[in-house]
Design a protein around this ligand. Structure first.
Ligand code: MLT
Length: 409
């Protein structure tokens, strides 16, 4: 008899963005005349920058000629891309990362979930609350989260670190020491960041407790404030305690093209039950080589072009476009009387829903009255109840119209 992985039965509902897509499809089917504006999932709308398209086309042509055709690429990704990553994302910020510490992949979402393969099932996991739901769901699937407690809206074995308006969305160290700590900075969904000094405290805490920080910096390109680190490796000692996840999805519009990378420093150690130190870079290398066959050559050439002079200029223009949307959303919502957060170092606006209303209730109201889709805060964790997220990744026209509709609501 085939047995299933019963941890999957502990998952609540479907994946957040799938639930939203289903609700929107149902509303749309019943109201075909309504023009729905989607500011829910953080999916980009600007086309891929010309310099990147050109590089990709050239690589496709190479694949069509016997002299330049390439089959499987290197497990960790082509050196031409890893070297650019090292130079632009790390050396330029004074950080020394080796090409062998970079693992190119098809997405930070996959990497954030898959990293659990190399980590023990009995590790205690801490997540900030609210946060990107992938960290929780993948740990539920793996069996680290334990049973779901419907009264608390939380899993028994998970440590939730509330980030609310009361603490300025900056989580405090939990009472029980976790083994794995997920930090998403700039934060999805609240847009919060930590300064170098604040992040240093987490690095020191992890060092002291032999914990691992899983640092998701998918939104680093949207940082506008000076004292906010773009990589956790800007913090002294972080290479001994952290894995960093990066993505081209939001930075360069690759949500459909798919390319990301994960940095696993060689200094980083995990431990066996008997206390033996093991190099996590070796384990992730083994896992990556066994379960993944690499990102396609044209896509890696496209990612390389992100770092070209034209590529840099063009992606920055797109980022500015989205951050201008963020300003429009923030100002419009404030005018309409909402309390709003985020939108300065991240393409997300986090707003307080009207008093006495739940975040799914606000979702329904926004969908039915304004025909605007957003993301209910509670979908990001129990402390997200009473909040709502709007993305700045829409087109300018839709963003302006959505805000006008919300003002009229
Ligand atoms: C989000 O809306 O939170 C993200 O776009 C989802 C993702 O990056 O997977």
């Amino acid at each position: 008899m085939i047995k299933i992985n019963e941890n999957f039965l502990e998952l609540q509902d479907s994946y957040l963005f799938s639930t939203i897509a289903k609700k929107v499809a149902e509303f749309s089917a019943k109201n075909p005349d309504k023009k729905i504006i989607k500011l829910g999932i953080g999916d980009v709308t600007r086309p891929i920058a010309p310099a990147i398209v050109e590089a990709m086309k050239k690589a496709v042509d190479e694949e069509g000629k016997s002299e330049t055709f390439r089959g499987y690429g290197p497990d960790q990704g082509y050196e031409f891309l890893r070297e650019k990553i090292v130079e632009f994302d790390y050396q330029k910020r004074g950080v020394n990362i080796l090409p062998d510490e970079i693992f190119v992949s098809d997405g930070a979402k996959c990497d954030c979930g898959n990293i659990g393969d190399i980590l023990g099932i009995d590790n205690i996991v801490a997540i900030t609350d609210p946060v990107y739901p992938v960290y929780l769901d993948t740990n539920v699937m793996a069996g680290r989260a334990g049973k779901y407690n419907p009264e608390k809206g939380a899993y028994e074995n998970m440590i939730y670190m509330p980030a609310t308006a009361e603490n300025g969305f900056v989580p405090v160290f939990p009472e029980k020491v976790p083994d794995m700590i997920y930090l998403c900075l700039p934060n999805n969904p609240t847009g919060t960041t930590l300064t170098k000094n604040e992040l240093k405290k987490w690095v020191d805490y992890a060092k002291e407790n032999k914990s691992l920080i899983l640092f998701d910096s998918a939104y680093e390109a949207f940082i506008s404030e000076a004292d906010v680190p773009h990589t956790i490796f800007e913090i002294e000692g972080a290479k001994e305690v952290a894995i960093e996840f990066r993505s081209f999805s939001k930075t360069a519009g690759f949500t459909g093209i798919r390319c990301a990378y994960t940095v696993v420093p060689k200094e980083l150690k995990g431990y066996t039950k008997s206390g033996q130190e093991i190099c996590l870079n070796n384990l992730w290398n083994r896992r990556h080589g066994t379960k993944f066959n690499g990102v396609s050559y044209p896509v890696q050439r496209a990612a390389e072009a992100v770092y070209s002079e034209d590529g840099q200029k063009q992606i920055k223009e797109n980022i500015q476009y989205y951050m201008e949307n963020a300003k429009i959303i923030k100002a419009g919502l404030k005018e309409a009387g909402y309390t709003v957060f985020g939108g300065i170092n991240a393409p997300y606006i986090w707003l307080k829903v009207p008093e006495g209303m739940g975040s799914w209730e606000f979702f329904d109201q926004l969908l039915t009255k304004a025909n605007v889709v957003g993301t209910p805060g509670v979908g990001f964790g129990p402390s997200g109840e009473g909040y709502f997220r709007l993305t700045a990744f829409g087109t300018r026209e839709n963003t302006v119209e959505a805000i006008e509709r919300i003002k009229r609501m």
